[in-house]
Design a protein around this ligand. Structure first.
Ligand SMILES: [Zn+2]
Length: 196
């Protein structure tokens, strides 16, 4: 182990004890060497990557953290020093990804809170598929009210037509959804978003 590494590990250890635990556990956007968004990590983990020379800061946020031997602006976006090869992630159809796509909001009444489920727009018993364009996030109340009917029959209107969500090939879908809520990251994300 090199001296520099030992010092970096010591700094990382003191960061672990830092009282601003919430600052250290906040999300940092990780870009690949070619600037493609890859992941979200914690501020703590991002600082370790920077200290080890495995990433560089692309953008800071407004806060500063102090540790015994100095202080450091808090990273918001980091870029890996070397290109990381990752297999592309296709967005998997699941209850979790349907809810994330629909922003955890019932697509009939707009309710957002606990107890959300997935509704088949055209009911399964009537030939409706379990696919991106036939599944929506739905509250239990609307799900019971709609029953085995189409939205037209139940006089319930969808807020928007469901479709396969846009995605970034190497970033997990629920992480992308979290990242897109951060205004300051959108310039890094949007150029890499694919529609299909
Ligand atoms: Zn509802």
């Amino acid at each position: 182990m090199k001296d520099g590494d030992r010092r970096d590990d010591k700094t990382a250890a003191s960061l672990r004890k830092h009282r601003c635990a919430s600052v250290l556990s906040a999300n940092v956007l990780v870009l690949n060497h070619n600037y493609e968004p890859l992941n979200l990590t914690s501020v703590r983990r991002a600082i370790v990557l920077i200290l080890k020379g495995r990433a560089e800061v692309v953008k800071h946020n407004d806060s500063v953290i102090r540790y015994p031997s100095g202080e450091m602006a808090v990273p918001s976006v980091v870029r890996l020093s070397q290109y990381a090869r990752r297999p592309p992630v296709r967005v998997k159809l699941s209850k979790k990804s349907i809810l994330a796509r629909d922003n955890y909001t019932c697509q009939y009444c707009g309710y957002s809170g606990p107890g959300l489920t997935v509704d088949h727009v055209i009911p399964r018993e009537r030939g409706g598929n379990s696919d991106w364009d036939n599944l929506v996030c739905c509250c239990v109340k609307c799900n019971i009210k709609k029953g085995n009917r189409t939205p037209e029959e139940a006089n319930m209107h969808l807020q928007k037509m469901p479709r396969r969500p846009a995605y970034i090939p190497h970033m997990g879908y629920s992480k992308l959804m979290i990242a897109l809520k951060q205004e300051e990251w959108r310039e890094f994300l949007l150029p890499f978003v694919r529609e299909r």
